[in-house]
Design a protein around this ligand. Structure first.
Ligand code: AMP
Ligand code: ZN
Length: 137
C-alpha cells in the first residue's frame, strides 16, 4: 500500500466508502463524479500505478470482476448498456495513479460520454504497425 495514494486508502478501508463489493483483492466503490447513475470503480487493494505495472493475476481477476459487476449493476439499475473504461497515463485521461476500472451503466439517450472521432485506416501504415507490435510482444 502507498501511504500517499487516496485509492490505496479507500480500497483498504482506511477511508470509508459506499462499497458495492469487496473481497481479498478488490473493493468496488461509487465514483465521486459520476458520468451516469451508478458509475463505479474497481480498485485493487494492492497499489499498481497503471496497466503497465499491474500483475497478470490481478489484471485477470479485475476483468472477471468487471463482468460480474456489469451483470449485477445492469439488473440493479435497469440500464440499457454498459461501458468499461480504463485510463493509463495523463494523456489518456488518468487522474488518479492507482490502477482502476470505470464501470459505467448507460441509459438510452444519456449522451454521457464523448468518444473519439473515427479516422481513416491506411493499409501500409497498418502493416508497419503490425511489425512494430510483434517485435515488442
Ligand atoms: P481517471 O480519470 O480514470 O484516473 O479516474 C479517476 C476517477 O476517480 C474520476 O472519475 C474521479 O471522479 C474519481 N475519484 C477521484 N477521487 C475519488 C474519491 N475520493 N472517491 C471516489 N471517486 C474518486
Ligand atoms: Zn494506491
Amino acid at each position: 500500500m502507498n501511504e500517499d495514494c487516496i485509492f490505496c486508502k479507500i480500497a483498504n478501508g482506511i477511508i470509508p466508502s459506499n462499497t458495492l463489493f469487496e473481497d481479498d483483492d478488490f473493493r468496488v466503490i461509487f465514483d465521486l463524479g459520476p458520468a451516469t447513475k451508478g458509475h463505479a470503480l474497481i480498485l485493487p487493494k494492492k497499489h499498481f500505478e497503471n496497466i503497465y505495472k499491474i500483475d497478470d493475476d490481478t489484471a485477470a481477476k479485475a476483468f472477471v470482476l468487471a463482468k460480474k459487476m456489469a451483470a449485477a449493476m445492469t439488473k440493479a439499475f435497469d440500464s440499457d448498456g454498459f461501458n468499461i473504461i480504463q485510463n493509463n497515463g495523463e494523456c489518456a485521461g488518468q487522474t488518479v495513479f492507482h490502477f482502476h476500472m470505470h464501470l459505467i451503466p448507460r441509459y438510452k439517450d444519456d449522451n454521457a460520454i464523448e468518444f473519439w472521432k473515427a479516422g481513416q485506416a491506411d493499409d501500409a501504415e497498418l502493416k508497419e504497425l503490425v511489425k512494430k507490435v510483434q517485435e515488442n510482444l
